[in-house]
Design a protein around this ligand. Sequence first.
Ligand code: FES
Length: 135
Amino acid sequence: MSFYSEKVVSHFKEPKNVGFMEDADGIGEIGDPSCGDFMRVFIRVRDNTIADVKYQIRGCPASIAVASVMTELAIGKDLDDALMLTDDDVVKALDGLPEEKLHCSVLGITGLRKAIQDHFMRYIGDVKPQEDQNG
Ligand code: FES
């Protein structure tokens, strides 16, 4: 049986960037039906860069630590680099997760990717077709 790293415990006890975001530029929602955990991720995008990330979560200690460290990894990255983040990056940033808790790492990055995807969909919706722009 393995235990949580000090980093996991620290992020669980004092989660970073937790909360709701008004007027988010993208929102991603992800749940794990096997355990019932759920997370909603909000992103603020400025100049193609993730300026801020917030989240609301109902989940296990590992998933809360995952969400918290995901925000630290994502803030300040441009959208392409943020999309390159992996579950493995999250696990490494937490100095590991117990084997039986590795699946919890999926929530953080998937929620972030869905929020970025939502941002892209909103942006595409705002871009007018070429012939409309030329009048
Ligand atoms: Fe469900 Fe951790 S037990 S995400």
